[in-house]
Ligand binder design. Structure first.
Ligand code: F1X
Ligand code: MN
Length: 442
């Protein structure tokens, strides 16, 4: 689009995009293949010989995919008919049309990184759905579950804190309530450090009590618009005409495991404190970027919490289940979240989803990939306003809650990015820094 900077891409040798395509993605594919291998006897127990054949087929499709990537072959259309296949193939054509004659076909190390990386996860899914009867196998499920189990102590610490706080909520004054709100926001922010795509599928769990670390982590928040979120939700806000009116907060989820727990405790706090009356969660329809939350992960986690021997965690699990039953929490999935499109295309590509999001008073976008899609994954100057990078995407007031794991950041103060780069060359990609970046009511 005219006036927009170029996309991040594996063309830039040595960039984070390049290294991801060269090293991290093949490593993730290898782990997916290993996971299929490890489940071989399970497939046999469940499906007999057919299960073994399917495992072989899925492995051979994934090995072929890894080879295509490593030899920078053209990106080929999807073949298996699925709800989003046509949209994907149209998008591939569109990427093709952007290339000049001399550039040839869309290729892994040449096309926009966002497209390439999304395409890789969609091809993993294609390999699995082409391999019945194991076509509902999630190659990342084990590692997502492991992340939850390894974070048990921190999970319990969070649920204990929440449940004890709830019993005192009535006596908190407005300032105390705001402090608690800010705590839960920061917990949810730092929960985003725990994704499994950045670590190449290696374990990345939360081992320490995050609540006690919030103070020292504050210095690493580069953009802090939490006050705007409070102004939007606080009791007695100017926009409030009827105190019983519904306040809907949408959370566009990112990773399952520990991060999902941090999002659920935030959502739980929002309801208990009456800052919101309903929370709508948006997850992925297919396994995505290793650790992203699917409906199955969401349900699994609530069940795990419920059946925990820890009284606070199981109390949380029961509360979460009842919020879902009565509709105070609603889980939605939509194929748009696993398409390669930037969010500014949502109103065109998925108008139903855009209309749905317009019903929210506030939308929280969790994580790095959502930030890349909000900003188009482009080489923006650090000082470009967030609103400009959103390129017209504004279903409702929104906020990105993200730790930095890709070479993109907008809305910084003049000189802020340069200063960070001088003292810490990898500041954009390690997940050490975080943002609350808000785009308010129009
Ligand atoms: O969206 P998330 O879970 O915060 O991060 C996803 C991520 O790890 O995947 C990509 C690397 O493969 C990076 O863009 C980003 O760091
Ligand atoms: Mn993720």
């Amino acid at each position: 689009m005219a006036g927009q900077p170029a996309s991040l891409s594996g063309r830039d040798v040595g960039s984070f995009a390049y290294i991801t395509i060269k090293d991290r993605i093949p490593q993730i594919l290898t782990k997916a293949i290993d996971s299929l291998h490890r489940h071989k006897s399970k497939f046999f127990e469940k499906h007999g010989e057919k299960g073994l054949e399917a495992e072989k087929k899925a492995i051979s499709l994934l090995s072929k995919l890894r080879n295509e990537l490593q030899t920078d072959k053209p990106m080929i259309p999807l073949v298996e008919k699925f709800a989003d296949t046509d949209i994907w193939n149209q998008y591939l054509d569109y990427q093709q049309s952007l290339l000049g004659e001399t550039d040839g076909k869309a290729r892994w190390f040449f096309s926009p990184w966002l497209f390439v990386e999304c395409y890789m996860y969609r091809r993993i899914h294609e390999a699995i759905i082409q391999s019945p009867p194991i076509d509902d196998f999630d190659v990342f499920k084990e590692s997502k579950d492991q992340n939850f189990f390894e974070s048990q102590e921190s999970v319990i610490a969070l649920c204990t804190y929440l449940q004890e706080l709830i019993s005192t909520l009535e006596v908190l004054d407005e300032n105390q309530l705001k402090n608690e709100f800010f705590k839960f926001l920061q917990i949810s922010l730092w929960g985003n450090k725990c994704d499994l795509s950045l670590s190449g599928g290696e374990t990345s769990s939360q081992k320490t009590n995050i609540i006690t670390s919030l103070g020292e982590l504050q210095a690493f928040i580069l953009v802090n618009d939490m006050e705007h979120l409070w102004a939007l939700l606080r009791p007695g806000k100017e926009t409030e005409t009827d105190s019983a009116a519904a306040v809907r907060v949408a959370i566009v989820l990112d990773n399952s495991g520990f991060e999902l727990v941090t999002d659920l405790v935030l959502a739980h706090f929002l309801l208990s404190s009456r800052l919101a009356t309903e929370v709508h969660f948006y997850g992925k329809t297919i396994p995505w970027f290793v650790s992203d939350t699917t409906r199955r992960d969401f349900t699994w986690l609530v069940e795990q919490a419920k059946s925990s021997s820890d009284k606070y965690l199981s109390r949380c699990g029961l509360d979460w289940e009842s919020y879902l039953k009565v509709g105070k929490w609603v889980y939605h999935d939509h194929i748009f979240w696993t398409l390669p499109h930037e969010f500014c295309a949502m109103s065109q590509v998925a108008p139903d989803l855009y209309t749905e999001l317009q019903k929210a008073h506030l939308i929280l976008f969790k994580g790095d990939l959502n930030y890349r899609k909000l900003t188009g994954d482009r080489k923006w100057e650090f000082t470009v306003p967030f609103h400009q990078a959103l390129n017209g995407f504004h279903p409702a007031p929104l906020c990105s809650i993200r730790t930095l794991k890709a070479e993109i950041q907008v809305g910084l103060q003049p000189g802020q990015g340069e200063e960070l780069a001088a003292s810490e060359p990898s500041w954009l990609t390690t997940g050490k820094y975080g943002i609350f970046q808000f785009d308010g009511p129009l």
